[in-house]
Design a protein around this ligand. Sequence first.
Ligand code: FMN
Length: 219
Amino acid sequence: MSQAPFASNEAVLAALNWRYATKQFDPARKISEQDWKTLEEALILSPSAFGLQPWKFLVITDQATKEKLVPVSWNQRQVADCSHLVVFAHPKTLDLDFVDRFLQRTAEVRGVPVESLAAYREMIGKSLIDGPEREALGSWSRRQTFIALGNFLTSAALLGIDACPMEGIVPTEYDRILGLDQRGLATCAACPVGYRAETDKYAQLAKVRFEPKDLIEYI
Ligand SMILES: Cc1cc2nc3c(=O)[nH]c(=O)nc-3n(C[C@H](O)[C@H](O)[C@H](O)COP(=O)(O)O)c2cc1C
């Protein structure tokens, strides 16, 4: 049986047109516990290649920590004025231990013996861990992590929550301030979320996108 749409065509497009990279947050407005739990789950539900989830999401609500990150975010105030700041980080490398942790979890969730996943383990081992990207598994994880960022942005928009995806940061300084380096993690992006300030003129700007014909080709 096919699934009825969860949202109308109009609702999806309205949310995607409403969202914009928020330049000014209203520091007085905080995301409710219920909305935050939904966004947290959206992060967790993000898809990744092989299902490996090579990421860590750091959620910062402590004001002093948020302020500390402003100077290493090209002085962009969004990181301090938002309700929740999410830092998207990824492991600097991956090994079979990481894969085994994922397979253990798969076995637990699906109620199957871990041995039944041996062929999958071998496939991931051959094609990823010892595959063509073996020298660049950090960069592979980083690419996966951006998928979670995209998923997060869309989910926030559907809830009427503002966000600003940010690469305008100094990732190594984030790693230092948040103690990620010693945990084998590296920052790739930040995403403040909350509610736009009424004074943010960027909210009124027309979206600049190439013509559909320049972006989409039907074959
Ligand atoms: C990965 C990524 C990094 C970005 N970094 C920043 C940033 O550091 N600061 C900022 O204000 N906007 C940043 N943006 C927002 C883009 O400039 C914005 O998404 C783009 O201009 C399209 O506008 P819209 O998102 O408002 O539709 C970033 C967007 C992405 C996807």
